[in-house]
Design a binder for this molecule. Structure first.
Ligand SMILES: [Zn+2]
Length: 55
């Protein structure tokens, strides 16, 4: 399971995860998807990126 909040800053990231994963699987650039979703902090971006790699 993905953590609900970023462990570093406390931002809720689980709400973005499904869309992020779907768009990356559809071939979009992960960095552009994160920018589009408004995930600007590196700590939060890293959490989403790491979880997709695990899956
Ligand atoms: Zn964060």
């Amino acid at each position: 399971m993905i953590p609900i909040r970023c462990i570093s800053c406390g931002k809720v990231v689980s709400a973005f995860f499904d869309e992020y994963k779907k768009r990356v699987e559809d071939g979009e650039n992960p960095k552009e998807v994160l920018d589009d979703l408004g995930i600007s902090k590196y700590c939060c971006r890293r959490m989403l990126i790491a979880h997709v790699e695990v899956w």
